[in-house]
Design a protein around this ligand. Structure first.
Ligand SMILES: [Fe+2]
Length: 406
């Protein structure tokens, strides 16, 4: 006797254009969307001056697509940057936007596209003071990292400069019209950035798979993502110039973005957002530090599903000795947590929030933000406030055992 599958829906309207060298066709892709005039949104410094960005502009010129540039996005963009980008889009009467870079420029472009279409402030939408009546201007997202999945997600994160809170907001029109995923653009990513962003992608697939909002469609995608990441993450860090591992990571990151847009995330992100906003830790790094602790605390709530993640993750060829393959239930779940902790060590990621530089007294400011995380209800374990406090402390002190015993 099998349980009936509850009702669900799964959607991702983003057109995925994948391929090494695909950047050359960005002009044609823009024209295929009817975009003859766009605003480019990218980061300051390295991204703005990169060879890839120069090639993007050249391809647009060749295709006759007119553009102006907003190349001032910094990490975890504040609302003020979104407003500047939206003003430029409006002033230039741009038909759409192209975001080039990591999650920060893509998220900034999404929020600016929604602001420009509606003439209202991004924070008004986030705080529920206004509801967008029009969809965002169309966006082509060109990721240069394999992490956030923003290129195929309906979410964007904006930092409220006055409170230093990182605030997520989802909107149907935040799904980019096109995700142009070109792994050649990832080969110059430094190992530490590859590791941190790759761990963000892994966290998305894992949290989405374990979410109470998971469904058969998201499950299929997330298991594939976890397998791709298990096969390719370390190699993409140690041999960054190889297109194979870069391709695997780029696809996994994009697909996981679509999956978590349908299911929601969990308390790894609930903790990582305030850690990032208050202490400047890169988003992927904060997730990577916290991930095994939250998994350890949830292992008894969803052992079979966690064991399945472990089986997908540890599926290299030839099969790794002593890997989680075949282990089921609690044993498999425990082995998966141990593998994630070991992976972190191999990638040189700090073991604990203390190692990341947080002091014990910092935790009291982080906890309230985590308790009010908008996707807390999707966690497979219904943590009480007190339990989340203990879990945060376990992640700070580096005690997997304390997390396990919660
Ligand atoms: Fe994330």
């Amino acid at each position: 006797m099998h349980d009936a599958i509850p009702d669900f829906f799964y959607r991702c309207p983003t057109r995925l254009e994948f391929g090494a060298g695909k950047l050359a066709s960005i002009g044609d892709i823009a024209l295929s969307l009817g975009l003859r005039s766009v605003l480019l949104v990218t980061g300051t410094g390295a991204t703005k001056n990169s060879e890839g960005y120069a090639r993007l502009k050249e391809a647009l010129r060749k295709a006759g697509v007119d553009f102006s540039e907003y190349a001032a996005v910094t990490a975890d963009p504040e609302a003020a940057l979104v407003r500047e980008a939206a003003s430029l889009a409006l002033e230039g009467k741009r038909q759409g936007l192209i975001a080039y870079g990591g999650g920060s420029p893509i998220d900034c472009a999404k929020s600016a596209a929604l602001m420009a279409a509606n003439g209202q402030d991004v924070l008004d939408f986030i705080y529920g003071r206004a509801v967008p009546s029009k969809p965002a201007l169309p966006l082509i997202a060109v990721p240069t990292t394999a992490g956030t999945g923003s290129e195929m997600s309906s979410a964007a994160v904006t930092t409220d400069g006055s409170t230093k809170r990182k605030l997520g907001f989802s909107h149907e029109s935040f799904f980019p019209a096109v995700a142009l995923v070109d792994p050649e653009l990832h080969t110059s990513m430094p190992p530490a950035v590859s590791a941190a962003t790759g761990m963000d992608a892994l966290t998305h697939a894992v949290e989405s798979y374990l979410s109470l909002g998971a469904n058969p469609a998201s499950d299929a995608i997330n298991l594939q993502c976890v397998e791709l990441i298990g096969r390719n993450l370390e190699r993409s860090c140690s041999h960054g110039d190889e297109l194979g591992p870069r391709s695997g990571m780029a696809i996994a990151a994009a697909l996981a973005g679509a999956a978590f847009s349908n299911t929601g995330l969990g308390m790894v992100h609930g903790f990582a957002h305030p850690v990032g906003a208050r202490h400047g830790a890169a988003h992927g790094l904060a997730n990577a530090v916290i991930l095994p602790y939250v998994l350890a605390a949830m292992a008894s709530s969803c052992p079979e599903r966690m064991a399945r993640l472990g089986a997908a993750f540890a599926l290299p060829e030839p099969p790794a000795q002593g890997a989680t393959r075949g282990a089921t239930g609690r044993e498999g779940a425990k082995a998966f947590v141990a593998e994630i902790a070991a992976l972190k060590r191999r990638l040189g990621i700090p073991a604990s929030l203390a190692e990341l530089g947080l002091r014990e007294e910092d935790l009291s400011a982080i906890l309230p933000d985590a308790l009010s995380y908008r996707m807390r209800q999707r966690s497979p374990r219904a943590f009480s406030d007190a339990e989340l406090g203990k879990l945060l402390h376990a992640a700070w002190s580096g005690s997997l055992r304390a997390a396990e015993q919660l």
